[in-house]
Design a protein around this ligand. Sequence first.
Ligand SMILES: *[C@@H]1O[C@H](CO)[C@@H](O)[C@H](O)[C@H]1NC(C)=O
Ligand SMILES: *[C@@H]1O[C@H](CO)[C@@H](O)[C@H](O)[C@H]1NC(C)=O
Length: 281
Amino acid sequence: MVSTKLFFIVCTTLLIVSLVGKAFSVENLSLTRAEKQKLDQFKEAISKITFPAEWMQQELTLVRYLRAREWDVRRAKSMLQETVAWWEENNMKDIQNEDWTDVEKDYPLHTDGVDKLGQPAIVYALAEWDLRGAAVQGRMNRVIRWFVKGYDDVHTKSFEYQKLGKTNGTQWNVIADMDKLSRQQQLCIQCLRFYTELGVLLESRYPGAISKMFAINSPSIFQVILGVVNPILSKSTLNALKVLGTNKEEWSKVVYAHFEKDQLPENLGGTRKYAPVWNEI
Ligand SMILES: *[C@@H]1O[C@H](CO)[C@@H](O)[C@H](O)[C@H]1NC(C)=O
Ligand SMILES: *[C@@H]1O[C@H](CO)[C@@H](O)[C@H](O)[C@H]1NC(C)=O
């Protein structure tokens, strides 16, 4: 037991050291001549599809889907068709207007902040998310859908902001505060589905959309989550992921390089105020 724990700590330390200092860059939107030809073929191949959401037919999306499928037009097309089917099956067009009062207070998630480029961010503190409770009460699917609402929200915003000239980037961010993570509440066996399903949805529906993903205040047990999502996440998402430890001086240097404090909640040293978590009586 002791040696296992030590192993995790050593791992985390190595990981943190190896990740810090790697520069982020904005999404590379330049194409080679051959890639441009693939894009044209892709546009032709999907010209008969009726898309249920504006972003799905944008060139940016097509390039991301092609990249996710190694520029194989046929595979990129079926990936996009699957996204269209998923969108309709899950009534994604109404997800923002659904009644979320059953989960929004117990599973706080913020999507109103932006990074220094103007790209939106999903910000949450995982310790506030009682995943075990969700599993036990049979509402894990609901909690996962709540997070998907967050994906949809920042994804839609990222396209809107570009249209309005409010951003100098094309992607969005995720910031997760891992402080006080609990084995029982966030790492139970039934809890792991939360990470795997959201990882799969991210890569299959929103490929290439992540600019930066910060896991802050990560304790050694965060390795468990990393272990389950690592095989699911694409190279580009893993490049965007920075796992930062509990040393505030260290993580703040990395995070504040990309976010103004007025865009971050108080638990991350920011000045943005949110209503306190509403506790059940
Ligand atoms: C950007 O993408 C183009 C086309 O795929 C590639 O040739 C170029 O090397 C990439 N640039 C960077 C900085 O990755
Ligand atoms: C985008 O870049 C321009 C030029 O550098 C700058 O003036 C503007 O403030 C930037 N906008 C955002 C939202 O970062």
